[in-house]
Design a protein around this ligand. Sequence first.
Ligand code: DAH
Length: 431
Amino acid sequence: MTIFSVHSTIFSRASVVLLSSNGLKRFSFASSFSSTAVYSPRLPKMKKQRRYPIVSAVDIGGVTVARNDVVKDDDPTNNVPDSIFSKIGMQLHRRNKHPIGILKNAIYSYFDSNYAEKFEKFEDLSPIVTTKQNFDDVLVPADHVSRSLNDTYYVDPQTVLRCHTSAHQAELLRKGHSRFLVTGDVYRRDSIDSTHYPVFHQMEGFCVFSPEDWNESGMDPTLYAAEDLKKCLEGLARHLFGSVEMRWVNTYFPFTNPSFELEIYFKEDWLEVLGCGVTEQVILKQSGLEDKVAWAFGLGLERLAMVLFDIPDIRLFWSSDERFTTQFGKGELGVKFKPYSKYPPCYKDISFWISDAFTENNFCEVVRGIAGDLAEEVKLIDKFTNKKGMTSHCYRIVFRSMERSLTDEEVNDLQSKVRVEVEKKLNVELR
Ligand code: DAH
């Protein structure tokens, strides 16, 4: 089971998916803040697919949001498909008998029982945020790859579906909150496999310290915050996983310095569980807190839940099949999921000459738009450039339902729709 590449954090690394005979390999760049990162606001617009029943409005914590305010067929910047819109407001993290909700509650109880001064909890902040909140407020550079239409869902040039819960740090600080946990759904355009889904859940933690906190210790304030952070998160990892081996890895995030990742040794491999660090002073200063220091962390709930509950495929979190939903109970952390079926996969290959603007995320969006959760994986299995300089890609699409057997007819129909749409939308030439 490949759980090690499931979403957790983005800002320390950018990943690309390359072919390998034994599955997908994620390559990490030492820093994703390289000068090659280009902000390209003019990627081909993905036409909205109609496989999903069109949801006309969603409710986000009591506020109704109309489809037409988020899915805009006539705006070239808008790349939000109906399949994504329908997920807004689902709030899996607020369901107490869902693995994501059970995990969130377990983390809450760790903070509640270990800190006399409570952490405030926010869990229904709207995922529709400004680019200022999502990027500028947390110092994401103007040319960072995460700002591209290829990586992020844009409602319009100034509005996105948040790609991390860090988007709320600055606004909460400005409102005077100084210790908080923010849990929510986050959105990223991505590849298709058992550990990647365009919507997942994160929890952000934030804790501000005043001079009286560190003065007594005689320590440098940054060091004081870093030590407190590490102690807190090591305790959290033990609370969730029992006595595990852990290690800290130095890394880079635009919003923290120093920055770390926590890894735990699990099933004979090191698993990255979260990103964290001491908040950049500029962020505090912008909120009038220049005499303070703070730490912050962000963790991906699906990644942890897949490990803790033995859930093999990220699509299962969205299943309403009772064979899934009834396996988990309120407060029961670590119940092991019992797979209830192994319906056969169906493989279909598609080859085409790509254009310069082609991106794998756009291709995956077309596949998801047509096949929805029946698309289990999209793998690049062959790639070459001919003498004329034309580049061909061959992708293998794995279709499989978690709930039933698919018929040949149904899969052939999906594949032929993919062929039509890909040619139409992505400016590629089928081979
Ligand atoms: N926002 C980061 C991501 O999604 C995760 C993260 C890292 C959050 C470090 C933090 C932090 O608050 O301090 O990749």
